[in-house]
Design a protein around this ligand. Structure first.
Ligand code: PRX
Length: 662
């Protein structure tokens, strides 16, 4: 009931009757040139998945040994599983590097790095990157890292992050990248859960002109991780750094003595390539496990088709490598395709609001992949920041992370794409490994605000609560009815969670998102329907924030919900009750905000702390989040059914207090 009202509201917001055709010039040169071509490829991928993926795998990647079976899965049992290319052997770093060294790509830029300070630029050709990765792989081996071991990478957006990831892949170690904006506590939890014995970090980092104390945060985290034997430190900034004897080692010192020759490890296709933690409905983030063969094939193919990749493109994904978008579309996808990937350390608004456009102009970027939150932030600052730069090199734009409203879509299309560049909206998740629903550029018509149509092999459905398929334009739950090669293999160290979270109802993968499909078969994503808030395209579990709040001494109870936010998409709204005798004032509010930032990281900063005397509960004591969400969104006229409340007066008080807060 509640979901349907919310879905209807979002539908209203997203919907734009416009349909925009890709230009004939774009389609003519595109990899998939027409809707008919897309339909044909899609049909084959669904009707003959084994033949389709087998052919794609042979044509796309280099294997040491072929597979015994292409696709095996069971979505129905108590122990659901998925496996691609069983028995086959390959190495991800070989596919991203070595195989490009025989031909002209040898001296092509693989990675262009733009530091936050504008004068700091580094270019890694495929040859140079291969050398650095091989050396780093030997460094890790020298520290005792073996196939199957986990290595935590807590690094900012610097080349050493990509190098360390590929070095792990080269020796068969499993990398766990932790976003460098996360706190010491969050880092510690991930190091402990992954069981890593080596951590790679940087001494400092830059963010909007400020210096991040990464090594200091790491030291704090490591206090709780006695199993970590070595901490390798990249010297990002020449500045005094406290190093602990025996444990801490400088990256540069180790690299200087390392051999540039390292034979890649032969990995079975379903050996894990990496673990990446993401928020869900519980207070504890889940380690999403991705395999080698299926994941790499899916990242490589989606990269090629969704971004219509050409050999000479300069491609820029603005996401941080600490999230899945950076894994699949800054590192693995582009490099496996032999593309040139731009890595940017800075932010769109520093030193001024034209930083993105300065970078596009400086490097002649052709493909830009960014998030709606960045588009909204730039839209708010106005077109004048764009107009001062020549961004005519752009030919394709991408969007990811959250629903893009038709207003933001149109601004992106006209102010940035100058009405010339198609926009590939891309719906997907950490768990899906790669893009699942997209407006394949050049091939399909775009509808501003709709993520459009499924990628090859993807079978999404919108379901009603009773499990039947929703009618056109009827909101429901988005599920996927068969596997695809990029699909997660499981949850690290938690076999039960794979079933409980993703297959609560057997037979279909549950995405956690709401959606509807229009009369043309286009998907419109309406946002999360579980307890996850999407803040600026980042997943924050409400339970994580609540658990941080209640760990503060004076807090009695906390309930956290999302609220509409003009730039972030969703903001964090926290209802808090305090213990008796506590004085409520701005100081306490600031301390609580600081405490959440310390516990999780600045991305989880609550936008509103609403102190109240009591939370609305059912007679059985369950907090009524539906009501809290409505109050936070100031949609209080129609509060639906409050008859199950144990104390209806609580709601009246909350409404009155919200009016005062706003
Ligand atoms: O709610 C959807 C939203 O982001 C969630 C996945 O978040 P994460 O695992 O962090 O991965 C983000 C980058 C792939 C989804 O469940 N989401 C992502 N892309 C879109 C989106 N919502 C609407 N439209 C999108 N294009």
């Amino acid at each position: 009931m509640e979901h349907n009202t919310r879905a209807a509201f979002i539908r209203q917001m997203l919907k734009d009757e416009r349909t925009i055709e890709p230009s004939p010039e774009f389609s003519y040169k595109a990899l998939v040139k027409s809707r008919q071509d897309y339909d044909e490829l899609y049909r084959r991928s669904i009707d003959e998945p084994e033949a389709f993926w087998g052919q794609m795998a042979r044509e796309t990647l280099d294997w040491y040994r072929p597979w015994d079976a292409v696709e095996e899965y069971d979505f129905d049992s108590d122990k659901p599983f998925v496996r691609y290319f069983r028995g086959a052997e390959l190495n991800a770093s070989y596919n991203c590097l070595d195989r490009h060294l025989d031909g002209p790509r040898r001296n092509k830029a693989a990675l262009i790095w733009q530091g936050e300070p504008s004068e700091e630029v580094e270019v890694y050709t495929y040859q140079r990157l291969h050398r650095e990765v091989s050396k780093a792989a030997n460094v890790l081996k020298g520290l005792g890292v073996k196939k199957g071991d986990r290595v935590v990478l807590y690094l900012p957006m610097i080349p050493q992050l990509a190098i360390a990831m590929l070095a792990c892949a080269r020796i068969g170690a499993i990398h766990c990248v932790v976003f460098s904006g996360l706190s010491a506590e969050a880092l510690k939890d991930r190091i402990v859960d992954s069981g890593a014995s080596v951590v790679v970090t940087a001494n400092y980092g830059y963010r909007s002109g400020k210096i991040l104390q990464l090594k200091g945060i790491c030291d704090k985290a490591l206090e709780g991780c006695p199993q970590v034997k070595s901490c390798v430190v990249v010297r990002r900034i020449e500045k005094r750094t406290v190093m602990e004897a025996e444990r801490d080692l400088w990256w540069d010192d180790l690299m200087a003595g390392a051999s540039p020759v390292c034979e890649p490890e032969r990995m079975e296709s379903n050996d894990p390539l990496f673990v990446l933690y993401t928020s869900g409905s519980t207070a504890k983030p889940k380690g999403i496990v991705h395999g080698t063969g299926g994941y790499l094939l899916y990242a490589t193919l989606t990269m090629k088709y969704v971004f219509d990749l050409k050999e000479t493109d300069i491609y820029w994904c603005t996401a941080d490598v600490g999230w899945i978008t950076g894994h699949s579309y800054l590192v693995y996808g582009p490099l496996a395709n032999g593309a040139t990937s731009l890595m940017f350390e800075g932010v769109p608004s520093y030193p001024k609001h034209d930083r993105f456009w300065e970078v596009v102009e400086k490097f002649g970027v052709n493909i830009l992949y960014t998030a709606p939150t960045a588009v909204r932030a730039m839209m708010k600052e106005g077109e004048r920041w764009v107009n001062g730069h020549d961004i005519s090199s752009l030919r394709l734009l991408g969007s990811v992370g959250e629903p893009i409203t038709s207003k933001a879509w149109m601004w992106y299309y006209s102010a940035i794409g100058q009405g010339r560049c198609p926009i590939a909206d891309t719906w997907w998740q950490t768990e899906t490994g790669g893009v699942m629903i997209t407006s394949l550029p050049g091939a399909v018509d775009m509808k501003p605000g709709s993520a459009a149509l499924p990628f090859f092999g993807v079978a999404p459905q919108v379901l009603r609560p009773d499990g039947t398929e929703a009618a056109p334009n009827e909101g429901g739950t988005l599920v996927v009815s068969r596997p695809w090669p990029g699909m997660m293999l499981g949850v690290y160290q938690n076999e039960a969670a794979f079933k409980d979270v993703y297959f609560p109802v057997p037979g279909r993968y549950l995405t956690g998102d709401g959606a509807y499909r229009d009369e043309d078969g286009y998907f419109w994503i309406t946002g999360r329907i579980d307890d996850v808030i999407n803040v600026s395209g980042h997943r924050i579990g409400t339970a994580e924030v609540e658990s941080a709040l209640v760990s503060y001494l004076q807090v009695a109870e906390a309930a956290v919900v999302g609220c509409p936010h003009p730039v972030k998409g969703e903001g964090i709204y926290a209802y808090v009750t305090v213990k008796e005798g506590t004085v409520i004032n701005d100081d306490l509010r600031a301390k609580l905000v600081g405490h959440v930032r310390e516990s999780i990281g600045p991305i989880a900063t609550p936008d509103v702390i609403h102190f109240t005397a009591a939370l609305p509960k059912t007679r059985s004591g369950k907090i009524m989040r539906r009501i809290l969400r409505k109050i936070a969104a100031q949609e209080t006229e129609d509060l639906c059914d409050v008859s199950t409340l144990s104390e209806p007066s609580v709601v009246r008080d909350l409404i009155r207090e919200t009016k005062r807060l706003s």
